[in-house]
Every structure is written in structure tokens, then in C-alpha cells.
Ligand binder design. Structure first.
Ligand SMILES: [Mg+2]
Length: 256
């Protein structure tokens, strides 16, 4: 397994669960770092900035740098910078998405954007949704950071970005292009950044429908971790299996 140079880990359900670190994953990351490999951290969560995500990891015992963190917000901003040069962006979202767009030098507007990007916004309003719908009806390209319909919090499952996308889609008849997992854009940007070949990349996660499918679509090896979103029997029932299926990352012996 020492052929992997870009080891990509999902965050929630893989490195931690909410505010609890997963000890075997933390130990695994430390072992990698001691052997000179800096893993990449991939999340569909577009609300946190790279720095906020780095600080959350630090609290849980993982020291890393912002450049090892890839969020659906960063991928959306990079996609816009590469494919829509000079276009204005109208966003629904939080600081993570705003900062990612500004880091790429993208011009943000409140209305009539050339592009509408939707990410999770805990302060979403009728007016923000209406303004997005008007721009899309006027021909704006419609992008979304991720399509997760429901998210876990302390109370249970609450609406995710995908639920608000459905509203805009229902009203306008336009479906967005989604940048987060299960699409493989985040992996593609990590490949660009790391220079690793696909044979040297691996995606590790607990959710078959997002983590594992993004890896399979990109054509790289995958590890499914149990104890998170997708149970082992559900994974085994799929037509395409992950490359490896582990209970925890303690099963991956880095030296072997
Ligand atoms: Mg997960």
C-alpha cells in the first residue's frame, strides 16, 4: 500500500463523528505523517473556510495545513475560475463559500449574476431563493456545492443543501451542476495540486453513495470504513465494490 501518494480522507464519519475524534483514524493519520505522507481531507461541507476546518481538525488532534483541505466550496470556486473566466457569481452560502470564491479572485454580486452557486446557508431566506431563481430564469449558469438532502445534527436529520436546491429546481425547471461528492471534481483538483497519478490516489470514506462513488467515478482505489453512513451489508449489495472494506483504519498497515 505504499504506492499511494495522495491519500484522501472524508471528514465526518471517517476522521471524526461530530465533535468526537475516531481514534484509529487519528492514529492512522499520524503514522502517515511520520512516514512523510500528508493526507488530503475532503468534505462536502461548504460552510467552513479552510482555516476553520484546519482548526476543527487541530482540536481533534490532527495537525495539517490549509492546502491539504478540499471542500465543495473550494472546488466550486476553482471550477468557476477555470471554466467561467471573468464571470460574476451570485451565491447563497456561508463564509466557506464566500472566502473560496474571493480567494479565486471571483467577482461577487447580489443579483443578476452570470452564475448562481448554492451552498448550505443557515440564514437562507425567501428573498435569497427568489433572487437566485430570477437569475437562473434570466439564463445564469446554476451550480451547487453539494446535493446532500439531509444532514445529521444533535437533534436528528435536518435539511441539507440538496433540499434547497430541489426548491430552486422545482421553481425554475433547471437542475444545477453539482461539484461535491459523488462527483469527482474535488479529487480532480487534488490530483492537479499533488501531481499524483490515479494509481497513486485512494479515497477513504464511510458513505458509499458519496465517498466511494466519487472515487470509483474518478477511477482510483477506495476504502469503505464501517460504522458510519453505509453499513457493510449495503456496500456488499452494490454492483461495484470498494477496493478495500475495513472496520477501522487500524486494519491498514502502512508498512506492509
Ligand atoms: Mg462521511
Amino acid at each position: 500500500m505504499e504506492r499511494y501518494k495522495a491519500i484522501c480522507l472524508d471528514l465526518d464519519g471517517t476522521v471524526y463523528k461530530g465533535s468526537q475524534a475516531i481514534p484509529e483514524s487519528i492514529a492512522f493519520i499520524r503514522t502517515l505523517q511520520q512516514s512523510g505522507i500528508e493526507p488530503y481531507f475532503i468534505t462536502n461541507n461548504s460552510s467552513r473556510t479552510g482555516l476553520e476546518q484546519q482548526q476543527k481538525l487541530k482540536l481533534l488532534g490532527v495537525e495539517t495545513t490549509e492546502k491539504q483541505i478540499m471542500t465543495s466550496a473550494i472546488a466550486s470556486a476553482k471550477y468557476c475560475a477555470q471554466h467561467y473566466v471573468g464571470k460574476s457569481v451570485q451565491m447563497i452560502g456561508e463564509s466557506g463559500l464566500r472566502e473560496a470564491l474571493l480567494n479565486e479572485g471571483i467577482r461577487l454580486v447580489e443579483a443578476d449574476g452570470d452564475i448562481v452557486i448554492m451552498g448550505i446557508d443557515h440564514e437562507i431566506t425567501y428573498n435569497k431563493l427568489a433572487t437566485a431563481c430570477l437569475s437562473i430564469r434570466n439564463g445564469a449558469h446554476f451550480l451547487a456545492t453539494n446535493g446532500d438532502l439531509a444532514l445529521p445534527n444533535e437533534l436528528g436529520l435536518v435539511p441539507g443543501n440538496g433540499a434547497f436546491i430541489e426548491l430552486v429546481k422545482a421553481s425554475t425547471g433547471v437542475a444545477p451542476m453539482i461539484l461535491g461528492k459523488p462527483q469527482s471534481y474535488m479529487l480532480e483538483f487534488i490530483q492537479q495540486q499533488s501531481g499524483a497519478s490515479k494509481q497513486e490516489m485512494i479515497m477513504i470514506g464511510d458513505n458509499y453513495e458519496t465517498d466511494i462513488l466519487s472515487g470509483i467515478r474518478f477511477g482510483i482505489d477506495t476504502i469503505h470504513l464501517q460504522g458510519g453512513v453505509t453499513a457493510l451489508d449495503e456496500v456488499l449489495a452494490k454492483l461495484e465494490h470498494p477496493t478495500y472494506m475495513f472496520k477501522t483504519l487500524a486494519e491498514w498497515n502502512v508498512e506492509s
